[in-house]
Ligand binder design. Structure first.
Ligand code: S3P
Length: 416
């Protein structure tokens, strides 16, 4: 069988990312795409080593860190090339494409708000297409100055922002959503507004009120993904617009190998989110009046798998629960189908040595011998990956549940 190709988006936070939904449109055979919660640069290196990704997108705030690892200029797409990764910046290509579609006069007066990675991509694109009358404005003046010098344009003080909005023809904001209160009175009908943000855009509201043309961050998102996926899959792709709202998720399901922390993290997370906690193994033990270890011993693994499937389908019919599964849940294709239809799936990841140290003295029937344990881990790794919506490194239950609580609230997983 052909090896499953693995792609992911790396960011913090990451649960809100729509990249997997865009990738799903292409539905390539034997390829899956997940999201990885990255806390620091070392975790990027760790996951690349552990998961052997075929390619990945990097989003805020890790574009520079990821690029530094491969000594490349700031990039957002990395694709496996021999033993390393080749880096590309499809943000620049996307902005260039979106702006070119709008046929700007080269003399257009542009105002760029923000001076981070997104602003860098905008400036590069403006430069390539020859729009060079650009003012840059940022809350931290110094970063606006550095960026302006790099590209030979002007920087203006943040206190002069509104005056500059008035006199600009193309206004591009790369500020985080709702971090600045734009006022309608400085805008007029002949302007064009472009917001790098694709969620809850303040500029979009202003554009509606002022009746001016608006270019959505969704366009940028779609085209950077489109060019990125072309690099991943080495073929032309044609993405369509995503619905503005993502689908509401019924449950959160924790998956991962034995010792991954599904029960301990699940309990804490359910408490933080105020949702019901379900532990499938504990439910089975209670129902059968026997421990998992005894069920395996007396009835065999196949019998246990039937109970597991029954419990999973039963709980997945309900909503708003945090469910901890047993490590083997992804072994069945039917289980994965049920899971994908009703849950946001979080894969708790730890390396094999850490997992073994956590379970070696437990009663788990499949954790009696390190070699077998580690073989099973390697067989299952790709299955966990392709079933997952989010992957997170787990070392400490307090920290992991706190990080997941933040991810789930930020992405409004239960709201859709
Ligand atoms: C199993 C994992 C166990 C339990 C059973 C089988 C597996 O749960 O369901 O022993 O196949 O990996 P944990 O992952 O909670 O240890």
């Amino acid at each position: 069988m052909k090896k499953n190709k693995k792609y992911a988006v790396l960011a913090l936070p990451v649960a809100h990312s729509r990249s997997p939904d865009l990738f799903k449109q292409l539905a390539p055979e034997n390829a899956s795409y997940s999201r990885i919660h990255i806390r620091n640069q070392a975790e990027i290196v760790f996951f690349l080593k552990e998961l052997d990704l075929d390619g990945f997108n990097v989003s805020a705030p890790w574009k520079r860190s990821a690029s530094d690892i491969f000594a490349s200029p700031v990039s957002n797409i990395f694709v496996k090339s021999g033993k390393s990764y080749a880096a590309f910046n499809t943000d620049i290509l996307a902005v260039k494409h979106v702006l070119e579609n709008n046929n700007f006069d080269k003399k257009t007066k542009c105002l760029l708000i923000g001076a981070g990675g997104a602003a860098f991509a905008v400036l590069s694109a403006l430069n390539i297409i020859g729009l060079t009358t650009v003012n840059i404005c940022n809350r931290t003046n110094e970063s606006a100055k550095i960026l302006a010098n790099k590209f030979g344009c002007n920087h203006i003080n943040f206190s002069d922002l509104n005056e500059n909005i008035k006199s600009s023809e193309l206004i591009i904001s790369t500020l985080p959503t709702n971090s600045y209160n734009f006022e309608r009175k400085y805008f007029n009908k002949s302007q064009i507004l472009f917001d790098a943000n694709y969620n809850d855009s303040a500029l979009e509201k202003i554009a509606k009120q002022a009746e001016c043309k608006f270019i959505s961050g969704q366009e940028w998102l779609k085209w950077q993904a489109s060019f990125g996926f072309e690099i991943f899959l080495n073929k032309k792709v044609n993405l369509t617009d995503l619905p503005e709202k993502r689908k509401k998720v019924k449950n959160i399901l924790l998956i991962g190998f034995m010792g991954a922390g599904k029960t301990s993290v699940g309990k804490m997370l359910a408490k933080k989110l105020g949702r019901k906690f379900i532990d499938l193994d504990a439910f089975i033990e209670k129902n059968e009046g026997a421990t998992i270890s005894d069920i395996f011993k007396n009835e065999g693994e196949e019998y246990f798998r039937k109970l597991e499937k029954k419990a999973l389908s039963f709980f997945c019919k309900n909503e708003e629960q945090i469910i901890a599964s047993g490590g083997g849940i992804i072994e069945s294709y039917e289980n994965v189908k049920i899971i994908k239809e009703s849950c946001f799936v979080v894969y708790l990841y730890s390396d094999i040595k850490t997992l073994w140290n956590r379970v070696k003295n437990s009663q788990r029937p499949l954790a009696k011998d390190f070699v077998k344990f580690s073989d099973l881990f390697n067989i299952r790794k790709d299955k966990y990956f392709s079933a997952s919506d989010l992957i997170i490194l787990h070392n400490d239950a307090q920290q992991t549940s706190k990080d997941l609580d933040y991810e789930i609230r930020n992405a409004r997983i239960f709201e859709g």
